[in-house]
Design a protein around this ligand. Structure first.
Ligand SMILES: Cc1ncc(COP(=O)(O)O)c(C=O)c1O
Length: 488
C-alpha cells in the first residue's frame, strides 16, 4: 500500500542495469502469436493483479497527493522497462505503483485546488474499467447500440436540465477543447450552407465573437478552423452582456458565424449574461454556443438555475463530466439543439463506412471531430444510474456553498482579500504584500509538504491565488488550514 507522504521506496529494482540483467534471466521464449490473448494461468494472474491494484487505488481512504519527478530521476528509477521479451506484469505493476504513479499528482486529492480538479465518483471510476474490458466501439449504433443508448439517456437528461428541446442530442467527446471545436465547425457549416442556399458567397474571413474572458480553447479552435476571433468586452465583473455582443455584430455584419457565451470562466467561474446574449443571437439569427465545460454543471442545482437563464436558447452547449460531474478523464458532453446540423458537418464519407452512414441510425461518430470513439459517457451513466440525480445536485452544491464560506473567511482575515466574490466554486484572492516569487515559493512548499496543490494564477497582471473546488471531500478546515499557512 502506498503512503500519503514521503516517497515510497521502489519495490522494483530501479536501475536500467538491473532491469536488463533480470531481463536476461527471464526464460520466456517467443511462443505462440495468441499468447497475449489466450486465457492462461499467466494471463489470469495479470488481470487479477491489475484489478487488485485498481481496487486498492480506487478505495484509498487517504489519497496521496504526490508530485512530479525530474526526467533525470525518472530515467534513473524507471527506464529499461521496454524489452524484447517483457519484464512481466508483476514487475510492470510494481514499477507503476511504486515509481510512476507517485510521480503523478492525484487530481482527486481533496487538496488539489488548481486549474480545474477532477473528483470521479467511485462508481464512475470503477465502471471505467468495465468500459475497457467490454471492447465496445462507441462510434456507431450498429456496433455499440447498448452503450450509445445509455450515453444518450445521460445526454437527454442533461439537455432537459439545460432547457433544450427534446430533439436535442449529442455525443461525449474527449474534452472541452474538442467539444468547442466540434460545435464551432457545425456552426460555420450551417452558416455556409445558409449562404449558399441564398446564393451568397462566403465572407473573406469568418468570425466568432466571444468574451475577452473566454477559454483559450476558443482561440485554439479558431486557429484550427482558420477563422478570426473578435473579443467583446465584458463588464467590470467579467460578465459578457448582449449589448457588447450586439455592438460586435453591428461592426462585422454577417461574417459572424457564432457567438460563444461562457457558463463559468475557468479563472473566476464567471457566468456570462447568457439570457441577454441569447436575445441578440436569436434576433440576428446567429449561432449561440455556450461553453459550460467547467461551470454548466452548477445549473443542476435548483438555486443556481437563474444564473444560467438563456442556456435553453443555445444552438450548442458543452459541459465536461471530467470536471464537475464526477466522471474520470476524459469526457465532454456536447449537445446540439438540432443534431442534424452536426451530422451534415461532421459525417465522414468513405466506401467502407457507407454501410453505417447511409443508415438512419444514431451514430455518435458523426457529431464531432472524430471517428473511432470510446464510450466515454458510460462511467457517468453508471454513476448517475447508481446514485440518482439528487446525489449529483447535492455534491455540486457542496462546492458552491464551500466557496462562499471560504470567501467570507478570506474577507475576514487580515492580510488576505478577495479579488471577486465567487459566483460558482472558484475563489480568487490575494495575500497582501506578496509578489509572484513569494506565491510560487509558498505553493512549492505546500506541495513538498504534501498538503495541497495550489498554484498561483494572475488577474490583470497581478499574481493571485485561486481555489477551484470540485471534490465533495474538500472541507472548510482543509481550506482554512491552507489560509493559515499564508500568514507565515
Ligand atoms: C470554460 C472552459 N472551456 C473549455 C475548457 C477546455 O476543456 P478540456 O481541458 O477538457 O479540453 C476548459 C478547461 O478548463 C474550460 O474551463
Amino acid at each position: 500500500m502506498r503512503v500519503t507522504s514521503g516517497r515510497v521506496v521502489p519495490r522494483v529494482s530501479s536501475t536500467r542495469c538491473t532491469l536488463a540483467v533480470r531481463d536476461a534471466e527471464r526464460t520466456t521464449t517467443v511462443t505462440e502469436p495468441d499468447q497475449m490473448h489466450r486465457i492462461s494461468a499467466e494471463i489470469r494472474t495479470t488481470v487479477d493483479d491489475v484489478l487488485e491494484y485498481a481496487r486498492r487505488r480506487a478505495l484509498y481512504e487517504d489519497i496521496p497527493l504526490d508530485k512530479a519527478e525530474t526526467p533525470t530521476e525518472l530515467a534513473r528509477l524507471a527506464s529499461g522497462s521496454i524489452t524484447a521479451e517483457g519484464i512481466g506484469s508483476q514487475r510492470a505493476i510494481s514499477l507503476f505503483e511504486d515509481v510512476l504513479a507517485p510521480a503523478c499528482i492525484s487530481t482527486d486529492h481533496p487538496g488539489y485546488l488548481s486549474f480545474i480538479p477532477s473528483a470521479p465518483s467511485k462508481a464512475a471510476l470503477a465502471f471505467d474499467l468495465v468500459v475497457s474490458a467490454s471492447a465496445i466501439y462507441g462510434g456507431s449504433w450498429m456496433e455499440g447500440a447498448g452503450a450509445v443508448f445509455a450515453e444518450n439517456e445521460v445526454l437527454h437528461w442533461l439537455a432537459s436540465e439545460f432547457g433544450l428541446p427534446s430533439e436535442a442530442g449529442g455525443v461525449f467527446v474527449q474534452g472541452g477543447t474538442i467539444g468547442n471545436l466540434s460545435a464551432l465547425v457545425t456552426a460555420r457549416d450551417a452558416a455556409r450552407r445558409r449562404r449558399r442556399e441564398a446564393g451568397r458567397p462566403d465572407p473573406s474571413r469568418w468570425i466568432v465573437v466571444c468574451s475577452a474572458e473566454a477559454h483559450s480553447s476558443i482561440v485554439s479552435a479558431a486557429e484550427v478552423m482558420d477563422v478570426d476571433v473578435v473579443a467583446a468586452a465584458p463588464d467590470a465583473d467579467g460578465r459578457l452582456h448582449g449589448d457588447a455582443v450586439a455592438a460586435r455584430l453591428d461592426e462585422h455584419a454577417d461574417a459572424v458565424f457564432a457567438v460563444v457565451a461562457t457558463g463559468g470562466t475557468t479563472n473566476f467561474g464567471i457566468v456570462d449574461d447568457i439570457a441577454s446574449i441569447a436575445a441578440v443571437t436569436t434576433e440576428r439569427g446567429v449561432w449561440l454556443h455556450v461553453d459550460g465545460a467547467y461551470g454548466l454543471a452548477a445549473m443542476l442545482v435548483p438555486g443556481m438555475r437563474a444564473t444560467f437563464a438563456g442556456v435553453g436558447a443555445a444552438d450548442s452547449v458543452i459541459v465536461d463530466p471530467h470536471k464537475w460531474l464526477f466522471a474520470p478523464f476524459d469526457a465532454c458532453a456536447l449537445i446540439y439543439r438540432e443534431p442534424a446540423l452536426a451530422l451534415r458537418a461532421h459525417t465522414q464519407k468513405a466506401e467502407y463506412l457507407d454501410t453505417l452512414t447511409e443508415s438512419p441510425d444514431w451514430n455518435p461518430s458523426d457529431l464531432a471531430v472524430q471517428l473511432t470513439r470510446r464510450s466515454r459517457g458510460l462511467p457517468l451513466w453508471f454513476s448517475l444510474a447508481t446514485h440518482g440525480t439528487d446525489q449529483y445536485r447535492a455534491a455540486i452544491a457542496h462546492s458552491i456553498d464551500l466557496a462562499r464560506e471560504i470567501a467570507d473567511e478570506i474577507s475576514a482575515r487580515d492580510g488576505l482579500s478577495l479579488v471577486r466574490e465567487p459566483q460558482l466554486s472558484v475563489v480568487v484572492f490575494r495575500r497582501e504584500g506578496w509578489a509572484l516569487a513569494d506565491y510560487q515559493a509558498w505553493s512549492d512548499r505546500l506541495l513538498d509538504e504534501q498538503r495541497a496543490f495550489v498554484v498561483p494564477s494572475s488577474h490583470a497582471g497581478e499574481p493571485v491565488l485561486r481555489f477551484a473546488i470540485i471534490s465533495p471531500l474538500t472541507t472548510f478546515d482543509l481550506l482554512a488550514g491552507i489560509l493559515d499557512s499564508l500568514a507565515s
